[in-house]
Design a protein around this ligand. Structure first.
Ligand SMILES: NC(=O)c1ccc[n+]([C@@H]2O[C@H](COP(=O)([O-])OP(=O)(O)OC[C@H]3O[C@@H](n4cnc5c(N)ncnc54)[C@H](O)[C@@H]3O)[C@@H](O)[C@H]2O)c1
Length: 343
């Protein structure tokens, strides 16, 4: 039996508790929120009658002594939560983003290493079937090595709450999913970025609802990202829409079920080489999917087997470095080197 305390009982905690109740051998023994009423409401909603409710994570960890902390707080509170978890010898699974600043990200990863605890991030858009299929297809060499990766993200949600007040809202709160997916799908090793951010007249956010970035993903690969969180009309998928150009063909994905590829033939017709459709194989049974549920299961498996999970903090920090690099570039108007080392 694995015992966990969940901290942060806001909107996202439902996805965690929905997943947690599907996992045999996992018990939520405590719920923490600055607002005790929220924690109580979640306990009632999920029938967690035995769970201890509190407003102080430290006090609740002293009392319940769990194996793990599930961190679903806002990014600004993440460092305190992580340090409390490790101080109580707990493993830590944290919502994205891993941290709110580069300094806090390094401090959390280092604290996990020193404590010898598993530390992983819910980078759940990696656990999407078509993301796994694209990675396998590109790895197979069927259209050669990817060279140019393009993602568009245009979604216009009215969340209310912290997002409408925070700085760099699109880059810090959402783009990490797209950046991490890009890095994963093409096996990229981000080395630099140039980015601009702006606040269009149609925005309802304080800062950074719209951004455009060009990344150097190493080995000659470039990744362009265009995103907006206030572009009403022609909404894209939460996964973004993608075009990946490779040496011998291209792949397009609408972020949902529409995934197609074309390979170049060695026949030219006028100006153009002929191309033909090529099948992107179905999901491999070994590919791990399932969003929050898949990640929580992998986290538990890592604890039980003493292995490192795929979305471990020490690797995820490289995707987060893409975010912080983009923010620094947007603030300074200069191209920025990305130097974070994944381990
Ligand atoms: N993986 C995804 O797809 C996904 C989607 C949405 C949000 N998120 C992430 O989930 C996290 C939470 O987002 P949300 O939408 O649930 O926010 P929210 O504002 O609805 O909930 C956050 C909760 O944390 C509580 N809290 C804040 N500081 C705390 C502290 N120090 N101790 C205890 N409780 C504290 C707040 O009172 C609030 O109830 C964010 O990091 C967000 O980026 C991830």
């Amino acid at each position: 039996m694995m015992n966990a305390v969940l901290v942060g009982c806001g909107a996202m905690s439902k996805a965690w508790l929905d997943a947690a109740r599907q996992i045999d051998g996992l018990a939520i023994v405590g719920l923490v929120d600055l607002d005790a009423e929220r924690a109580k409401a979640r306990a009632r909603e999920y029938g967690l009658d035995g769970a201890v409710i509190g407003t102080s994570l430290d006090a609740l960890l002293d009392q319940t002594k769990p194996d793990a902390v599930f961190d679903v707080v806002v990014p600004a509170a993440r460092r305190d939560v992580a340090f409390a978890a490790f101080a109580h010898n707990c493993h830590l699974l944290t919502e994205k983003p891993l941290a709110d600043t580069p300094e806090n990200a390094r401090a959390i990863v280092e604290a996990a290493r020193r404590a010898g605890r598993i530390h992983a991030v819910v980078q759940n858009r990696r656990y999407v079937a078509n993301v796994r299929r694209i990675r396998r297809f590109l790895d197979s060499g069927a259209i050669g090595k990817p060279t140019s990766i393009h993602a568009d993200f245009f979604v216009a949600p009215h969340f209310g709450g912290f997002r409408e007040e925070m700085a760099h809202v699109l880059l810090l709160d959402m783009a990490i999913h797209t950046f991490d997916a890009a890095r994963y799908m093409v096996g990229g090793d981000p080395a630099g970025v140039y980015c601009q951010e702006w606040e269009p007249a149609n925005s309802w956010y304080r800062q950074g609802s719209s951004a455009s970035a060009i990344f150097d993903l190493g080995g000659g690969k470039r990744f362009t990202y265009a995103g907006s969180w206030c572009a009403a009309g022609f909404r894209t998928s939460w996964e973004s829409t993608w075009r990946i150009v490779a040496e011998h063909g291209s792949l397009v994905w609408d972020g949902e079920d529409g995934l197609k590829a074309e390979v170049v033939l060695s026949v030219r017709d006028g100006l153009f080489d002929l191309t033909q459709p090529i099948i992107v194989p179905a999901l491999d049974p070994a590919d791990r999917v399932g969003g929050h549920l898949g990640i929580i299961k992998d986290f538990i498996h890592a604890i039980e087997t003493g292995t490192e999970p795929e979305t471990r903090g020490s690797d995820n920090i490289k995707s987060l470095a893409m975010v912080f690099g983009a923010i620094e570039s947007a603030e300074t108007g200069r191209q920025v080197a990305i130097v974070e080392e994944a381990s």
